[in-house]
Design a protein around this ligand. Structure first.
Ligand SMILES: [Cu+2]
Length: 352
C-alpha cells in the first residue's frame, strides 16, 4: 500500500512539474515564441542539472541512513571475512568514482550549455588524455578481477583436507533435506529413481550400498563450530540454489548432478545471537511482530535469530518459503545431537 501511494505521489509530482513548466513557458511568450532553445532555456536546464545532482546525492545519503542496518551481520564462516572485504573495497571504489563522475557530468552540462553566437570547438583527439582515462580503469579493474579470481579459487577449492564432515543438501519443491554421511563419513549412493516414499526412502538411497546404511537424514542442519563441512548438493526436480547468507555461501542445485561447496563455520548460533547487529535486528523485527500481535494478525510470535538455508533460485510458487534452520554449536553438543538421530538402515527397517 505504501509503495502504491509513493508511486501515486511521484506521478502527481511529475504532472505538477510538467504543468508548471507549461505555465512558465506561457508566461515567457512575450519575449520569443520559438521552439528553438534560447539562452534562458539553456540556463534553466543547466540549473535543473544541479537540482538532479542534489537529488541523486540526497537519495544516496538517505539510503545509507535508512537501509545499511538491513545488511547481513559479520560473516560466520572462515572465508567470509575475505569475501566481505573484497565486496567492501569494490563498493568504495564504485562509490567514489560515481560520486565524482556524476558531479563532473552535471557541472560540465551546466558550464558548457548553449549560448547564442557560441560555436562548438572542433577538437579531434588528445592521445595523452585518452591514454590516462583508459589505463586507470584497466589497472583498477584488472586488480579487482585478479583479486576476485584469487578469492573465488580459494573459496571454491573443495578438498578432503582437515577431516571435513560430509553433508548432502537435497533440494526439492519446496523443502530441504540434509543427509549426514554417518560414522564412515561416506555418503551412500543415491538416485531419484530409487525414491520410495512408502518405505521412508525419501532421498532415493541405494539400500544395497553399505555406505548408505549409517547415513542420517534430517530436517534441521547442525554443524559443529570450527570444523570444515563439505556440502554436496542434489536437486530432485528443478534448479534450486542452496543459499546460506550468514556464511556467505551459495551453490546451485542442479537435477542430475552433484554440486559442491565447502566452508568452516566460526561462530556458534548462541554467539551470533549476541552480535550487536543481530540483537538490533531481532529488536526491530519483534517490535513489528508485537504490533501485529496487538492486531491479532498471523506470524506475530516473538522471533529469535537462527542461521538459515534458503533457496535462491525462483523455483516455483512456494520458493519464498523453501528454508531450513541451521544450528552451529560446540563439538560436544553436535556429537550429542547426531547420536540421537536415526540412521538410514534401521529407519527403513522400522517401516517394513
Ligand atoms: Cu528452490
Amino acid at each position: 500500500m505504501t509503495t502504491l501511494l509513493t508511486l501515486v505521489v511521484l506521478v502527481l509530482v511529475a504532472i505538477a512539474i510538467s504543468q508548471m513548466t507549461k505555465m512558465f513557458e506561457l508566461s515567457q511568450l512575450t519575449t520569443e515564441n520559438s521552439q528553438i532553445a534560447n539562452d534562458q532555456d539553456n540556463k534553466i536546464n543547466g540549473y535543473l542539472l544541479f537540482a538532479f545532482l542534489i537529488f541523486i546525492y540526497g537519495i544516496t545519503i538517505f539510503s545509507f541512513w535508512k537501509y545499511t542496518k538491513v545488511l547481513l551481520p559479520t560473516a560466520a564462516s572462515a572465508h567470509g571475512a575475505e569475501y566481505d572485504y573484497l565486496m567492501l573495497v569494490s563498493f568504495i571504489i564504485i562509490f567514489i568514482v560515481q560520486t565524482l563522475t556524476q558531479a563532473l557530468l552535471h557541472y560540465f552540462g551546466y558550464k558548457y550549455s548553449g549560448k547564442k553566437g557560441n560555436k562548438a570547438l572542433f577538437y579531434a583527439d588528445n592521445d595523452k588524455l585518452e591514454f590516462i582515462w583508459t589505463i586507470i580503469p584497466v589497472i583498477v579493474l584488472a586488480g579487482l578481477i585478479l583479486w576476485g579470481l584469487y578469492t573465488w579459487t580459494e573459496i571454491m577449492d573443495v578438498n578432503d583436507e582437515d577431516d571435513p564432515i560430509i553433508v548432502e543438501l537435497y533440494a526439492q519443491q519446496f523443502n530441504w533435506t540434509a543427509r549426514y554421511a554417518g560414522d564412515d563419513n561416506v555418503l551412500g549412493g543415491a538416485n531419484v529413481r530409487m525414491i520410495d516414499i512408502d518405505n521412508a526412502n525419501i532421498l532415493g538411497l541405494d539400500p544395497s550400498d553399505s555406505y548408505a546404511a549409517d547415513d542420517i537424514i534430517v530436517k534441521e542442519l547442525h554443524l559443529p563450530v570450527g570444523r570444515k563441512v563439505n556440502f554436496k548438493m542434489r536437486s530432485q526436480d528443478v534448479l534450486h540454489s542452496a543459499y546460506m547468507p550468514h556464511f556467505r555461501a551459495q551453490m546451485n542445485c542442479v537435477p542430475g548432478m552433484i554440486t559442491e561447496f565447502s566452508f568452516t563455520p566460526i561462530t556458534t548460533t548462541a554467539e551470533m545471537r549476541l552480535d550487536p547487529d543481530v540483537v538490533d535486528k531481532v529488536k526491530r523485527t519483534n517490535a513489528i511482530r508485537a504490533k501485529k500481535a496487538a492486531l491479532g494478525e498471523d506470524n506475530s510470535d516473538p522471533w529469535e535469530f537462527d542461521y538459515i538455508l534458503l533457496c535462491n533460485k525462483i523455483c516455483g510458487k512456494s520458493h519464498y518459503n523453501m528454508q531450513m534452520k541451521i544450528i552451529v554449536e560446540t563439538e560436544e553438543e553436535y556429537n550429542k545431537w547426531i547420536k540421537e538421530q536415526k540412521t538410514f538402515k534401521p529407519a527403513i527397517a522400522s517401516v517394513n
